[in-house]
Design a binder for this molecule. Sequence first.
Ligand SMILES: [Zn+2]
Ligand SMILES: [Zn+2]
Length: 255
Amino acid sequence: MKKFLSILLAACLLVSVSVMLASCGHKCEFAEEWSKDENSHWHECTGEDCTEIADKADHTWDEGKITTKPTQEADGVKTFTCTACEQTKTEAVAFTGMTEEEWNAAFDAAVFENFVYTEKATVKGNGMTIDTESTYKFTKDNAWIKMVMYGQTVEQFAPSKADAIELRDETVASIKDITAFAKYKYDAATKTYKATAEIEIEALGEDTTDVTLTFANGKLAKIEYNLSYTENGTELTVTSVVTLADYGTVVLDPK
Ligand SMILES: [Zn+2]
Ligand SMILES: [Zn+2]
């Protein structure tokens, strides 16, 4: 009986040793497909129950591609891909300003066929303050004008289609004069564009670098400038805020 037990024990040992040999002693064949996690990739043995791996290495990221364009309203996404296993990772991309093409599209002639232009200006000098406000509503061939100065208000339609178009052309020209792409830099903190060079305010014949532009939905929404100059020995400071709005939606009673 004892002898039988010891033979049985030996047989069991032999069986377990051979099972061990079978699982660990085979020649590993590795899958062609990469296995991967967040940081690395490797090839797994195709043998059942075998946990051997080969070629383990960190991902080798490519230079990345913008997969979602950043806008003034929201960050974009840059996606990197591992050149070996095609694992991807993403990074937020901050908006750094419009391209020249996008900028120019905001000033396309068609954009300025129908819009509202409002300028509020304050001039200080000699202990006096003068506030003015002008509003121009433009459609393709009509214009409505409202001016407030010294507490007086004047409201009227342009006398003729030609007058309306002339006023609109002059207004658009004055906007374009102070909005050259090359003279502004995007300021992410305020989501505005600040002048980086002298801008000539033609109506005053003076230059200033204190000009800020605001865009909304790819269109110019605001022009703000401040400047000081001396006229006939009097120091004058001018603060102007131009608002541009209602693009494409202005309706005026036909004349
Ligand atoms: Zn194996
Ligand atoms: Zn990889």
